[in-house]
Design a protein around this ligand. Structure first.
Ligand code: GTP
Ligand code: SPV
Ligand code: MN
Length: 619
């Protein structure tokens, strides 16, 4: 970027910092994007108040009367989910990206995007958001700055990150000790001509979600939604952080973090990776159905895991909020999410609005109201639309709410040391083949299970829904480098010099259906709070007190080994959910082979060995 004159832009010179690299970057960006003014965000209550009032005034937000300090918002109908086909990893060397990433030469991309950015903030405000991913008290705080022209993004970042003055303090004074930070540039790509009226949700048809891993830099253009726009989330904490983690020997993963306390008072922390819209947030807020067990949450989407001095893997959550899928969230499925939301201080995007100023979505309650305003701002009535099955909320509609107000937030959720992980769960959404739970034989086999994870696509990303695809470690859209190197990094983690006690790896599937043999397509396993039964079995396996059966794919519980006390699911369904069907698995093998073949030369040999073992056991 070549700076032109930015000296006259109001606010530019009111920087609350002397950090020269930051000041230079803001000035350059302002010169390129030509905003009307620059605002340095402090993260205060007053700032929240001012911006939410302004968003209400602009017609972007509707203040809810039924939930304190909470807002309803709908996006442009073409800006509702992550755009994976528009997400790029621009590593200097093409071999450091792909084959699962879109790659473009960083210089070429810089040229293309610079033209999009030129003048793109005209008539808008450029907000400078200093933020910290993970606890502010970390020994080595992971800093970032997002420059954005979206006030919606600013208030969302208030919830999702530690941001503003408290983060800026950690940047230092701008001398040679000035801290490094990830540069996150974001524009909705909708400049305003003088006098032109704004729309409630500005965005552009052309979208780019671009990552420059070597420069630790993110450039996002054209979208205001979720992971496309809240750059601390998937872009920084997964795509850029996975590259840093590779370089430094740790893991940045798409995982929830959950604390489980047994009736005997023994504590275990677990992490679980499921693809988008496959149950992380729900498991993170689990209300166990089995007596005496307690679940507390530390995070619902991202875990950063490093070896501690004791050789165990410690996880922290870089985020400070939940950006959760709204549909399906209700008092029966996820009461802890509902309790969190009832405390207010939340933003709802693309759900429906009730006439009395509350939110509603499919699954919110058993009794929908008579009338709603849908996420497309259309009328919706119980008598006609509900009967016809017309959705009032978008399937990827979301709530954004602070972790701190979750009633089951674990006291240590903000501890920079993190928590030692006893077990890792991989899982996906599969109607067939994959049993309710499998325990891996060892780390390498566990990595194979994660590497071959498969799941039906969901509305969390644009594109077709319900198509089975391989999604290694639930990171397919989020690995910031070559997936073969990523899988090798996982294998290497098992050989880490400091590792004394590796987590045990399990694979779960809450979504198997009755359908193969004339079933009605119902879920075989009730899921949600009943998933505690599966977690209990896994923890009992760690403690050596539960039995398992050897199968070709790993260790599976018999129905007797699971605590099914008080479960009203038909025993045949439980049995069917646990079944390892050799025919189904033989049909799965070519799909796994195909996937591993796409990885090419960088596919770790150990995974081919695992595949061969599996074939032998099935033969
Ligand atoms: P992202 O936030 O997109 O990464 O998704 P997530 O992994 O956090 O998924 P989430 O917990 O929001 O669940 C997605 C959808 O799956 C919601 O509609 C849930 O109601 C549903 N769901 C979650 N857990 C279960 C389960 O155990 N069984 C069934 N049948 N559905 C579930
Ligand atoms: C996901 O898609 O995994 C999400 C939503 O959590 S987004 O923030 O859009 O990535
Ligand atoms: Mn989630």
């Amino acid at each position: 970027m070549t700076p032109t004159s930015a000296g006259t832009i109001p606010g530019l010179d009111q920087a609350p910092t002397t950090h020269q690299p930051l000041l230079d970057w803001v000035r350059e960006t302002a010169a390129l994007t030509t905003p009307e003014r620059v605002v340095w965000c402090d993260g205060s209550r007053e700032e929240w108040q001012t911006l939410t009032d302004q968003l209400v005034e602009a017609g972007t937000f509707v203040r809810l009367s039924q939930k304190p300090n909470s807002f309803w918002c709908v996006s442009d109908p073409d800006d509702v989910a992550r755009v994976e086909d528009r997400s790029f990893i621009c590593s200097k060397n093409e071999a450091d990206a792909g084959p699962t990433n879109n790659w473009m030469d960083p210089l070429d991309m810089t040229i293309v995007m610079t033209e999009h950015y030129r003048g793109c903030m005209a008539g808008r405000t450029l907000y400078v958001i200093p933020f910290c991913m993970g606890p502010l008290t970390a020994e080595n705080p992971q800093l970032g700055v997002q420059l954005t022209d979206s006030p919606y993004v600013v208030v969302s970042m208030h919830i999702m990150t530690r941001m503003g003055s408290k983060a800026l303090t950690l940047f230092g004074d701008g001398t040679d000790t000035a801290a490094e930070f990830v540069r996150c540039l974001h524009s909705v790509g909708a400049p305003l001509k003088p006098g032109q009226e704004d729309v409630p949700w500005p965005c552009a048809t052309t979208k780019y979600i671009t990552h420059f891993p070597e420069d630790r830099m993110i450039w996002s253009y054209g979208s205001g939604y979720g992971g496309n726009a809240l750059l601390g989330k998937k872009c920084y904490a997964l795509r850029i952080a996975s590259v840093i983690a590779r370089d430094e020997g740790w893991l940045a993963e798409h995982m929830l973090i959950l604390k489980l306390t047994s009736p005997a008072g023994k504590v275990h922390y677990i992490a679980a990776a499921f693809p988008s819209s496959c149950g992380k947030t729900n498991l993170a807020m689990l209300e166990p159905s089995i007596p005496g067990w307690k679940a507390e949450t530390l995070g619902d989407d991202i875990a950063w895991m490093r070896f501690g001095d004791d050789g165990r893997l410690y996880a922290t959550n870089p985020e400070a909020g939940f950006f959760g899928v709204a549909p399906g969230t209700g008092w029966k499925t996820n009461p802890n999410a509902m309790r969190t939301l009832y405390r207010g201080n939340s933003i709802y995007t693309n759900v429906a609005l009730t006439d009395d100023g509350d939110v509603w979505w499919e699954g919110y309650s058993d009794a929908p109201p008579d009338h709603l305003t849908t996420w497309t701002r259309d009328d919706w009535t119980l008598t006609t639309d509900y009967a016809r099955g017309r959705l009032a909320a978008h399937p990827n509609s979301r709530y954004c709410t602070p972790i701190a107000q979750c009633p089951i937030a674990a006291p240590e959720w903000n501890d920079p040391q993190g928590v030692p992980i006893s077990a890792i769960f991989f899982g996906g959404r599969r109607a067939t083949t994959i049993p309710l739970v499998v325990e891996s034989r060892d780390w390498q086999h566990g990595v194979f299970l994660g590497a071959t994870l498969s799941s039906e696509t969901t509305a969390a990303a644009t594109g077709q829904v319900g198509v089975v695809r391989r999604d290694p470690m639930a990171m397919l859209p989020f690995v910031g480098y070559h997936v073969g190197d990523y899988l090798q990094h996982w294998l290497d983690t098992g050989d880490h010099a400091h590792a004394t006690q590796l987590p045990k790896i399990f694979y779960v599937n809450w979504f198997r259906r009755a359908g193969n043999n004339g079933g009605d397509g119902r879920f075989l396993w009730p899921g949600f709070s009943e998933n505690s039964r599966v977690l209990k079995w896994a923890i009992d396996r760690l403690d050596g007190t539960a039995t398992a059966t050897e199968t070709p794919i790993g260790l599976v519980p018999t129905p007797e080994a699971l605590d099914l006390n008080g479960l009203d699911t038909p025993p045949d369904d439980v049995q069917a959910a646990l079944t390892v069907d050799p025919d189904e698995w033989r049909a799965e093998i070519p799909l796994i082979e195909q996937w591993l073949a796409t990885i090419g030369d960088k596919l770790p040999h150990a995974l081919l060995d695992e595949l061969e073992d599996l074939q032998h056991r099935l033969a």
